[in-house]
Design a protein around this ligand. Structure first.
Ligand code: FDP
Length: 333
């Protein structure tokens, strides 16, 4: 009989080599807790239409997006769960303009950056959505949240949960990227995608092509290139785009290819990106790199972009290493 798959907590215990003992304990506590919150969010999403949880609350968040009831509920649920761990020194959340400081059980507590319910435009149409998280050191400082500012290379761990037909949790602590599936009967995440390796080149690209008029001058010819038939090079690529970053990145991670959200370049002096650096772009970049992929803004490596603001935005082109390298070439031309 095949061995039972490893649980998330067992797996976390094997991932401690690159972490200090105190960080390892707190990473395990926080990722384990986020896994439990994910089980609760998955349940809530499954019943949202029955519990009058769909639709807007009225008002917008720090990023100017319209806030949905499930965004607020997801944020509050995550906040109270993280607070209970005493391993979280501060939470930087998409749904809170200011970071939330928390009482901790020691100086090695971590700062959590999170988008509790990402892709919320999919909520009302029963599409896939996700939770994205990133952990950084608080360096024992109070307030702790400013320690989240800095380059993406400072991240200690990153992950996401995708709520689709199955609930999948993917995470890295810098020792490869690993994926788990929630077994609803036990509430455990079980290792189903150990050491994910993204294909060097893919067959699909994901981008909101409705924005073509505002792309960087390198972006448009790059997408035209992906669509130009060349049998030997595996082109044309197929377009796949769900409108939820987690779902689009997850497909890209497993099948290869590209997920792109380039900046609006209508005013070249002030390019405007959409996705948030601390709790969307940087964690996905770490996850991709740890799976052998790449993540670029088109102009530089995402993990080298320095966050100076909690809700800063960044352009992103991530996925198969050779595909992202080709995108970078188009940006340089
Ligand atoms: P949403 O606004 O629905 O929360 O986080 C932003 C995000 O979704 C990403 O999940 C998604 O990739 C992107 O925005 C979709 O944006 P467009 O609707 O502009 O394509």
């Amino acid at each position: 009989m095949a061995d039972a798959p490893m649980t998330l907590s067992e797996h976390l215990a094997t991932q401690q080599a690159s972490l200090s003992t105190e960080h390892a304990r707190n990473v395990a506590a926080l990722v384990g807790r986020i896994g439990r919150v994910a089980g609760v969010i998955a349940q809530e999403l499954a019943h949202a239409a029955l519990r009058d949880r769909l639709g807007y609350v009225g008002g917008s968040n720090a990023s100017g997006d319209q806030v949905k009831k499930l965004d607020v509920w997801g944020h509050e649920t995550l906040e109270s769960a993280l607070r209970e761990t005493r391993a979280c020194a501060a939470l930087v959340s998409e749904e809170s303009t200011e970071p939330i400081e928390m009482e901790t059980g020691g100086t090695h507590a971590l700062v959590v950056c999170a988008d509790p319910v990402d892709g919320s435009s999919n909520l009302d149409v029963n599409g896939a959505v996700g939770t994205i998280f990133s952990l950084r050191s608080s360096k024992g400082k109070t307030p702790a949240a400013p320690q989240a500012l800095g380059p993406g290379t400072d991240q200690i761990a990153a992950g996401y949960v995708m709520y689709g037909p199955a609930t999948t949790l993917v995470y890295t602590v810098g020792q490869g990227t690993h994926g788990f599936t929630l077994a609803h009967e036990t509430g455990e995440f079980l290792l189903t995608y150990p050491d994910i390796r993204i294909p060097r080149r893919g067959k699909t690209y994901g981008i909101n092509e409705g924005n073509i008029h505002s792309w960087h001058p390198g972006q448009r010819p790059f997408v035209a290139h992906l669509k130009t038939p060349d049998k030997a090079a595996g082109r044309p690529y197929s377009l796949r785009y769900s409108g939820a970053m987690v779902a689009d990145v997850h497909r890209t991670l497993l099948d290869g290819g590209l997920f792109m959200y380039p900046a609006d370049w209508s005013d070249p002096k002030k390019p405007k990106a959409k996705l948030r650096l601390l709790y969307e772009v940087a964690p996905m970049a770490l996850i991709m790199e740890q799976a052998g992929g790449r993540a670029s803004t088109g102009l530089e490596r995402v993990l080298d972009v320095v966050a100076t603001d909690y809700h800063q935005r960044a352009a992103v082109i991530l996925g198969s290493p050779e595909d992202v390298a080709t995108a970078d070439e188009f940006y340089r031309r």
